[in-house]
Write a protein that binds this ligand. Structure first.
Ligand code: EPS
Length: 373
């Protein structure tokens, strides 16, 4: 079982993370972790701060000679873009945590709330999640993502609409992680338009897990269901308002005979289609895991909305400070890494092992068992 914790504020000194439960002898490829951090920092529509930050991890414990030791791994990431004036936020931004957080924690305004609510924290989630990705790499499991909607502009290609694995690798070549060139252009135009207006945009991400074995998660109790755990992990990312699995909300539109995925046997059990998104009864079924997450538009607007001054209680306009216009491409990398965390945790729950060789042995044994079924 893996657990992790992050600490740190958006404009504080650094971010700190601890991850526990990673078996010993996993090769901790620091370049890979730093590359994941870089992927999160790209994206047309991000604020100027992304040019200032150059995220790199420092490993503080749990690793010796690039191999994990089985002890908790602790990491830090330096904050650089911290030279803004940290004024109190007493004109709370609608949709941000400013007001609710200030009331809950008895703060004058939203400053101490936004410092932690900020998506800056997701840099650490990516660093920790990428350790989980490294673990999954040992099992040849890959987690991919691409952007399929920005501000209502729908991408022409998605999982159910002709997406190929090569397309997924292409996502990193796009500044907004969109695989279809024409759609990409329309979405960039939409971001430009929102920027001009002092507005912001949300969008939808598709996340795909490949080569995930049958049998992760369980039907036996609600909190062990793989779909529930993945949904919670995605919903916990800043700004995410909806999560879908497989055909998702489309399930309401079709009859059972066209929704359910018929079972066939080749060299193993397979499905003719994958409307379920690779999960049945909370258990992975061996098909691709297909998830979608929708992010709302960023609440900080250069052309602010109406709010209430927390000092005078008068009607006013929300405070503005440096922010992104659209952070959907970055959120897709965070989503990949949160999914990697859940899948890696499920792998260890099922196969155990205090050191990687042991986990791999157990895993291969299970694959042998499956061959006989
Ligand atoms: C964010 C606002 C911006 C973003 C930040 C998230 O930061 P600042 O307020 O300093 O301009 O750049 O994102 C990151 C720093 C990051 O690493 O993703 C917010 O309000 O959530």
């Amino acid at each position: 079982m893996i657990r992790f914790l992050t600490a740190g504020e958006s404009h504080g000194n650094k971010l700190i993370g601890i991850i526990e439960g990673i078996p010993a002898n996993l090769y901790l490829d620091i370049d890979y972790i730093n590359k994941e951090l870089k992927r999160r920092q790209m994206g047309f529509g991000r604020s100027h701060r992304m040019k200032i930050e150059n995220d790199e991890v420092m490993i503080l414990s749990g690793v010796n000679n690039n191999l994990t030791t089985g002890s908790p791994i602790s990491i830090s990431i330096e904050n650089r873009g911290t030279n803004i004036e940290l004024v109190e936020i007493t004109k709370p931004r609608p949709g941000h945590g400013d007001l609710v957080g200030a009331l809950k924690y008895n703060q004058k305004g939203g400053r101490n709330i936004l410092e932690r609510a900020s998506a800056r924290e997701t840099a650490m989630r990516v660093a920790l999640g990428s350790i989980c990705k490294l673990l999954l790499r040992e099992f040849n499991i890959g987690i991919y993502s691409h952007v399929i909607n920005i501000g209502g502009v729908e991408g022409a290609i998605n999982y159910y609409n002709g997406l190929k694995l090569e397309d997924l690798n292409q996502a990193d070549n796009s500044s907004i992680r969109v695989v279809h060139k024409e759609s990409e252009k329309k979405m960039i135009d939409k971001i430009e338009e929102a920027k001009e207006e002092g507005n912001s945009l949300g969008g939808t991400i598709e996340i795909i897990g490949r080569n995930i074995p049958v049998g992760l998660g369980s039907h036996i109790n609600w909190e062990r269901k793989l779909d529930g755990r993945l949904a919670a992990a995605l919903m916990g990312i800043q700004g995410i308002k909806a999560v879908e699995i497989g055909l998702g909300t489309m399930a309401a539109e079709v009859k059972g005979s066209s929704f359910q995925d018929e079972i066939v046997y080749t060299t193993k059990y397979e499905r003719k289609t994958n409307h379920a998104g690779g999960i049945e009864a909370g258990i992975s079924n061996g098909e691709d895991i297909v998830l979608r997450a929708t992010m709302k538009p960023i609440p900080t607007l250069r052309k602010p909305l109406e709010t209430v001054d927390m000092v005078t209680k008068e009607k006013t306009l929300a405070q503005f400070e440096r922010s992104d216009v659209c952070a959907v491409p970055s959120a897709s990398i965070v989503a990949e890494n949160m999914v990697a965390y859940i899948v890696a945790d499920e792998i260890l729950r099922k196969f155990g092992g205090d050191f990687m060789e042991e986990t791999i042995l157990n895993y291969n044994n299970y694959l042998k068992y499956l061959e006989k079924r």
